[in-house]
Design a protein around this ligand. Structure first.
Ligand SMILES: *Cc1c(COP(=O)(O)O)cnc(C)c1O
Length: 389
């Protein structure tokens, strides 16, 4: 029996370097740092609205399964989130025909959300958005580098990054809006209206970092989880009020990127050791998608169980073995607390529903070790009734 519990997600906050290096997006995009990914996304929506003068009630398309912060970012700009169901219950992608069907005269943008390191199908979405004169926003809060930067094709007009806890690059908060250079001149005057606050790397920052990193240990995670008012890992809608630009030192951002790149690639180990679960009706999401993804670290290793009962039983077993596995958002967007009130949306999204009911995520951060993987594989072998490898 091991003491404490392995956290499901979250990397240590790095120490800033004296100087910044060239940022990976500098060829095609200019950046504006913000206090959070949600603020950056909301700025992106603001720009999309500004780009469509004459539309009184702007609408923004987004997937029906995802982070409630997406809804907060859109409603903060007075726009309406329009949800699009997933293509099938097996993948975190929007149905392209569903995207086209949801476009109206009021649509200003499509938000393409990368999920746990699996980017959206940008090449399809870029044709849809071009044909309808919409802005394509890549929400890459969970994927690094963003696909638009990685491919060198700069598919998205705007890209959003998050530096929050539980994201690929954890700087204890912060976000970035990347504006493609062909839009820079048009959008700079709008962005310059938002006040800037500096991020000071001072004694209190170092103290906060020390405590933050301390909280990531197995023992502290197990304790924190038991404190009810912290609502650790709970998903609900938090409305966004003000937006500020934030002057984040480049030395901090570049160290965060470096550290992310040096992290172990646990998903290839999971892929090897858990391949037997395919025969029991489980789906390994990362392995279904282009294998070139496997050379960059994913945020969490994502699986779909045959049913929500199997998923819950497995989470329970992993939990009792000291592994923080979880179901992530747990529900499609309209069922998350506060979302339907904010959007007036009561429709059903059967594919998003299925996906949410079956998803289980395993930790991939630098605190995972070989013994954890053995424990996890052992849990699957005990729980699943299927032919062993
Ligand atoms: C976390 C997240 C955000 C918001 O980022 P914060 O920095 O936490 O505000 C936006 N979109 C997605 C997909 C996210 O996962």
């Amino acid at each position: 029996m091991r003491l404490g519990k392995l956290r499901p997600v979250g990397s240590k906050v790095p120490l800033p370097a004296q100087k910044g290096a060239v940022l990976p997006w500098e060829g095609e995009y200019v950046h504006e740092f913000t206090r959070s990914g949600t603020e950056a996304l909301s700025l992106a929506v603001r720009l999309a609205i500004a780009d469509h003068p004459g539309i009184d009630s702007p609408e923004v398309l987004m997937p029906a399964y995802g982070c409630p912060d997406l809804v907060a970012a859109v409603v903060a700009q007075g726009a309406t989130p329009v949800l699009v169901d997933l293509a099938d219950g097996q993948a975190p992608y929007m149905d392209i025909a569903g995207v086209e069907a949801a476009i109206t005269d009021n649509t200003v943008a499509i938000i393409a959300v990368g999920f746990l390191g699996l980017p959206e199908r940008l090449s399809d979405l870029v044709s849809v958005s071009r044909a309808n004169k919409l802005l394509l926003i890549e929400d890459s809060a969970q994927c690094f580098p963003p696909k638009s930067v990685d491919t060198g094709n700069a598919e998205a007009d705007l890209v959003v990054l998050s530096f929050g806890r539980g994201k690929p690059i954890n700087l204890m908060g912060g976000g970035a809006l990347l504006v493609r250079k062909d839009h820079q001149e048009r959008f700079a005057p709008i962005l310059s209206c938002y006040p800037v606050i500096a991020l000071a790397i001072n004694l209190s920052w170092y103290l906060k970092r020390f405590l933050f990193n301390l909280m990531l240990s197995r023992l502290s995670f197990a304790l924190l989880e038991k404190i009810p008012f912290l609502h650790l890992g709970e998903t609900r809608l938090h409305l966004l009020s003000d937006i500020y630009r934030r002057d984040i030192p480049l030395g901090l951002v570049t160290v965060g990127i470096d550290q992310y790149r040096k992290r172990p690639i646990w998903q290839s180990v999971y892929d090897r050791k858990l391949s037997f679960i395919d025969r029991c009706g489980w789906v390994r999401l990362q392995s279904l998608h282009d294998s070139d993804e496997s050379d960059s670290t994913c945020l969490r290793y994502a699986l779909l169980a045959p049913s929500s009962r199997d998923r819950d039983a497995m989470i329970d077993r992993l939990d009792k073995s000291g592994i923080g596995a979880n179901s992530f958002y747990g529900k499609p967007l309209p069922e998350i607390e506060g979302v339907s009130e904010a959007t007036g949306n009561i429709e059903c999204y059967p594919m998003a529903e299925q996906f949410a009911a079956r998803l289980l995520t395993l930790p991939c951060h630098e605190g995972v070790n070989g013994q954890d993987i053995e424990v996890i594989v052992g849990c699957f072998m005990l729980e699943l009734v299927c032919p062993r490898p």
